[in-house]
Design a protein around this ligand. Structure first.
Ligand SMILES: Cc1cc2nc3c(=O)[nH]c(=O)nc-3n(C[C@H](O)[C@H](O)[C@H](O)COP(=O)(O)OP(=O)(O)OC[C@H]3O[C@@H](n4cnc5c(N)ncnc54)[C@H](O)[C@@H]3O)c2cc1C
Length: 490
């Protein structure tokens, strides 16, 4: 008997979409390759952005998102996010997620780079991801309409090129009327990363092989402040932006400030890279002494375990790949270009983040678009009574260390198109698609800089790279008309 909905992935987006679909009456199968602790969602420290404060508004949240996105946000997606994220926070509270409160019982709201107001809802200080996903996993495992296949891997989609009929897993085929990819991002394809090792862009690879369009794969966000300890297991460990919201400073080799610590991420990352190049260093210092460290127990504990006392000494940090903005191209209901296939969370690309994601918008995205995708999944035509025979021998590729090193070196934040060409023949399919997309975007914008085209090309505002089954990247203009939020210039 086919499930109404198959959800691949059990991070914030997958768990939320599964609960929403099940609560609407659907039978749901969740396929989850790794334990909860190995999702990006579990690791999220800062929180989720929502315009809740009395002095804030969705319009202001939209302005900050558009400003960070450098002329590339799809305004209709921004409008959906900013208007629906306060409701998502309420829903999560009804579901029993214990967000941090002020003494007066109101939500405690944090400040992060690029936000003009306090609007980051968090839990356990910097333990938001753990609190959120643990609660959602508990509800999922209790829900009788949801079957969780823990430890199962999606190897391919069950597709005939026109329609998705379910998922092919290492446990066998799972037929489903609708399939939702919630497989997370691909930032672990870059050697230096804040992400769990499994974040290799599985959703994009599965969708592409099944015939769906992908978008904006050249846009990967580099987090400015990842721990720098070459060779150590914790190299790349993220130190949340929220500490800069509470006063942490970035210092150069002479102990001097060199940038606005609360500027959007692309700007802070570029300032750090320039300073490292000028000083001939591999890291800059993050001074946590001004920060009330009691609010960030995980950060203090982790640094102390490495012999660093953040109350006394600076912490070496450098940029690392953090968030793959590109992914499976979807509409505002999570629908991909392949019938029966949807995508949500970091696996998807609605154009929301433009060329630079505003901090803490991604968890909000998981919930806002997760609800929409769950509803859309139930509106489909139902399972095909006679699906084609599934591929008897599906297989899923894994990237090698050489690929990860090449992606970091050739498609990092600063790119030389002459060298990028070399990535076009990498054995890993997503590495090739990233190269094709990066070569097609002939400008520097947001998260990446091309040495041959150091400036934004205003003609490319609102233009997104779409890659179809033929592996060619084509630039499409996505409309800005018909919505209230207004695009700001790059
Ligand atoms: C260290 C860190 C801190 C962050 N902090 C914040 C923050 O404070 N605020 C914010 O908004 N964002 C933050 N982000 C980004 C945010 O956490 C992610 O974008 C978001 O959690 C992605 O959720 P997801 O559900 O899409 O994917 P994930 O949480 O990564 O879940 C993906 C799921 O898919 C499964 N999967 C993958 N491939 C397969 C397969 N082939 N078969 C079966 N299962 C598969 C995985 O096992 C996992 O269950 C942070 C990211 C990191 C890495």
């Amino acid at each position: 008997m086919p499930a109404d909905v198959a959800v691949v992935g059990a991070g914030a987006a997958g768990l939320h979409a599964a609960l929403e679909a099940a609560e609407a009456g659907a039978s749901v199968v969740v396929i989850s390759r790794k334990p909860l602790t190995e999702t990006a969602s579990f690791r999220a420290q800062g929180g989720l952005a929502a315009a809740i404060a009395a002095d804030d508004s969705p319009a202001r949240h939209a302005e900050d998102t558009l400003n960070a996105g450098r002329g590339l946000c799809f305004p209709a997606a921004v409008e959906v996010l900013v208007e629906e994220s306060p409701g998502a926070v309420e829903l999560l509270m009804r579901r029993g997620v214990a967000f941090d409160l002020q003494p007066d019982g109101e939500l405690a709201l944090g400040l992060e780079g690029g936000h003009s107001a306090r609007r980051i809802v968090h839990a356990g200080g910097a333990e938001t991801g753990r609190a959120l996903t643990s609660r959602l996993a508990e509800l999922t495992s209790r829900n009788e309409r949801i079957e969780v296949l823990e430890g199962a891997s999606a190897l391919a989609l069950w597709s005939d090129g026109d329609r998705c009929h379910g998922v092919l897993t290492d446990l066998g085929p799972i037929p489903a009327a609708a399939t939702i990819l919630a497989t997370g991002g691909g930032a672990a394809l870059w050697e230096r990363t804040t992400n769990p090792r499994g974040a290799i862009g599985a959703g994009a690879i599965l969708a592409h092989a099944a015939g769906a369009d992908l978008a904006d794969l050249e846009l990967c966000q580099f987090h400015p402040t990842a721990l720098s300890r070459p060779g150590d297991r914790l190299d790349g460990w993220l130190i949340t932006e929220a500490v800069r919201g509470e006063g942490a400073l970035l210092l150069d080799a002479d102990g001097r400030r060199f940038t606005d610590e609360l500027a959007p991420r692309d700007q802070v990352t570029a300032a750090i890279l320039d300073r490292m190049a000028a000083d001939g260093t591999t890291a800059v210092d993050l001074d946590l002494r001004p920060v009330p460290l009691g609010r960030f127990p995980t950060i203090s504990r982790t640094l102390e375990s490495l012999g660093i006392d953040p109350a006394r000494e600076p912490v070496p940090v450098a940029p690392a790949a953090h968030y793959l903005i590109g992914g499976v191209h979807t509409d505002l209901e999570g629908r991909s270009s392949l019938d029966g296939l949807l995508a949500v969370g970091e696996a998807a690309c609605t154009g929301l983040h433009g060329a630079n994601r505003l901090a803490s918008n991604s968890l909000s995205e998981c919930f806002v678009f997760g609800s929409r995708a769950a509803r859309a999944a139930l509106e489909g035509p139902g399972a095909d009574p006679a699906p084609p025979e599934p591929d008897p021998d599906p297989s899923f590729p894994a990237p090698t260390e050489e690929t990860r090193r090449a992606v970091w070196e050739l498609a990092g934040p600063i790119r030389d198109p002459g060298r990028l060409e070399a990535l076009s023949s990498d054995p890993y399919p997503l590495a090739r698609l990233i190269a094709a997309s990066a070569l097609a975007r002939q400008e520097s914008r947001g998260v990446h800089r091309r040495i041959d085209r150091p400036r934004v090309d205003p003609e490319l505002d609102l233009h997104h790279n779409v890659v179809g089954p033929d592996e060619h990247a084509r630039m499409d203009r996505w409309p800005a008309e018909g919505v209230r939020v207004r695009l700001t210039r790059a």
